[in-house]
Design a binder for this molecule. Structure first.
Ligand code: AMP
Length: 376
């Protein structure tokens, strides 16, 4: 099938009515499609799962595998630009689409973010610190890697891990064999276990023209490895917040990134009490810790991503009140929806998932604390 005629990428500012193709059909794709619709843009979701939450709010969808070349090419020809909401889309899928249609962010950002080693190497090459780490491909390498990290340490598969999956904490030398077995033969990374003061993230966007814009640094609390609560602005020193944003900007520029990205950091206390930052992870997509922006910022992270991939100017990331809070509704917590909507200050977002399995992200609730009257 011949590729559809399209304008050169440099001239590619999409007009309302144009179609954004999204790889991945989860809640992030759903919220992107809702934001795109608000701007008069259409979305075509491509995902393998028939019950994808994004399908029911998008103009079109394709339910097919990421290796279905014919379906991918038909998708490429039906859309004006492609983006993704899920970082485990195969890089090969994105590369084959890139030959036919602009993909933003591109396959390079995806490739780096899929690999914990590449991610940390990139951060270090840009002058940012990370936890001590070493590559591990066998039990013998695991023992050798401990010389770099010390104990305790965390062994993680380099790829396809999320929400604590594919991770094993190592407290003592006798845990070595079990930790390596938990990796099931996959390449892994051993990281020093960091005694952090708190975890923060920067959710930021880079436009097609290179403009950069960051939301307020967000503080994140995890439970059972899953994000539980995010608040913005983070309760960290202003210098530390500025540094987190500056590191995120260097990462976005190094990847020639277009769209929203999330960078997760550990904030540690140095000997003199100052705060230092360690880069933990880069997400090449809208990020769960940025959900507060839907009700707490002038432009939400979803609208910002749509603007960036459509070649539009970025919107203001300014916080609308004194503090914004987002609380994830995990598993059967979504059953509390009636009490949430009974609170007039709570903004409920449910993802339309039928099955509230334990650990599954079913929705979230945002609350915005207004500025004190004296500052209004
Ligand atoms: P990750 O999948 O790397 O984002 O890890 C999920 C969560 O596990 C992080 O947000 C931290 O709470 C915790 N964690 C991961 N790596 C480390 C580490 N090296 N030191 C301490 N805690 C960690």
């Amino acid at each position: 099938m011949p590729a559809r005629q399209r304008a050169p990428v440099s001239a590619a500012i999409l007009p309302p009515g144009a179609t954004i193709g999204i790889l991945g059909g989860g809640q992030l794709g759903r919220m992107l499609a809702l934001s795109a619709a608000q701007l008069g843009l259409r979305c075509h979701i491509y995902a393998p799962e028939a019950d994808s939450p994004a399908f029911e709010v998008a103009a079109r969808h394709t339910c097919a595998g990421y290796d279905d070349e014919a379906a991918l090419m038909a998708f490429a020809d039906a859309v004006d630009v492609v983006t993704y909401e899920f970082e485990n889309v195969p890089v090969a899928t994105v590369r084959s689409l890139e030959a036919r249609v602009p993909v933003r962010p591109g396959s390079r950002a995806l490739g780096v973010a899929q690999d914990r080693l590449a991610e940390k190497q990139l951060a270090r090459s840009l002058g940012a610190a990370t936890a001590a780490f070493a590559s591990v491909n066998s039990e013998a390498e695991l023992v050798a890697a401990l010389a770099t990290t010390g104990l305790p340490a965390v062994l993680k598969t380099t790829r396809f891990g999320y929400d604590g999956k594919g991770q094993a904490k190592l407290m003592a030398m006798d845990g070595m064999q079990a930790a390596w077995q938990a990796m099931r033969g996959q390449p892994a990374i051993l990281e020093a276990f960091v005694g952090f003061r708190c975890e923060v993230s920067v959710v930021a966007a880079r436009g097609l023209d290179g403009a950069f814009s960051a939301f307020d640094v967000t503080q994140n609390e995890h439970r059972h490895h899953i994000l539980h609560r995010s608040t913005a602005p983070a309760a960290i020193a202003p210098d530390c917040a500025r540094e987190a944003v500056a590191i995120t900007r260097r990462i976005a520029e190094a990847l020639d990134y277009v769209g929203v990205l999330g960078v997760e950091f550990f904030v540690c206390a140095a000997g003199d009490g100052a705060e230092t930052l360690l880069v933990n992870e880069i997400a090449p997509r809208v990020h769960n810790s940025g959900h507060w922006t839907m009700d707490g910022a002038i432009t939400s992270q979803f609208e910002q991503h749509v603007r960036a991939v459509a070649g539009w100017p970025l919107g203001s990331p300014a916080l609308l009140g004194a503090e914004a809070e987002m609380h994830n509704l995990i598993g059967d917590e979504a059953g509390t929806w009636a009490s949430i909507v009974a609170d007039p200050s709570a903004r409920l977002h449910l993802y339309g998932k039928a099955d509230a399995r334990p650990g599954r992200k079913m929705g979230h609730v945002n609350r915005l604390k207004p500025h004190p009257v004296s500052q209004r």
